[in-house]
Design a protein around this ligand. Sequence first.
Ligand code: HEM
Length: 177
Amino acid sequence: MNVETRLHHYHPAAKTFHWLVAALVFFVWPLGFLLDLVKSGVHNDFLFWHASLGFTVFWLMLARLCVRFLTETPAKPSGMPAWLSGTAYLNQWLLYLALISQPLIGFLLVSASKGMFTWFGIIPIPSPIGKSPAVAHTLAEIHQFLAWTILVLIGLHICGALYHRVIRKDDTLARMT
Ligand code: HEM
């Protein structure tokens, strides 16, 4: 990779993690939303995929965070009002925070309600908390709140990308592709 490419694009690992997480959340979110709406026979299958793919997001986000700190971030587009670039920056970090804490809460929720979460039915993940319906109830409420928060943050993130692409016609989106 030449110097020119490095300055104008995110690191290939950052791009890979970004689009992998985006694709996973695209499936994980609706699977979670449908959990309470599907028949009980299908519920367990939906939960299996929701929880296992969701927990994968946790590891990918940790890896992404490492890449973010270890690689150079391309320069921000020039001429942006400070409040707008500040909002975009805040939104980005809230997304990191939400997409790391949401799978963790989900994992604790399954542990508190079912006793043990087994990733893809293969790897048992030991939990610091035991089975407790009361704790599970609270965690379910936090998980639901975070789910809608993530939807709003992603919506704003997409609006920002479209604003750059369609209105400002700059290369912000291209830096991640
Ligand atoms: C990025 C990761 C995740 C996202 C975006 C996500 C999103 C969601 C959404 C949208 C719902 C439905 C909320 C509602 O009814 O309003 C949900 C429910 C649920 N999720 Fe997740 N989730 C994630 C990770 C996980 C993980 C890793 C687990 C378990 C290991 C998990 C377990 C559950 C459970 C058990 C429910 C049902 C909660 C209830 O009883 O209402 N989630 N999730």
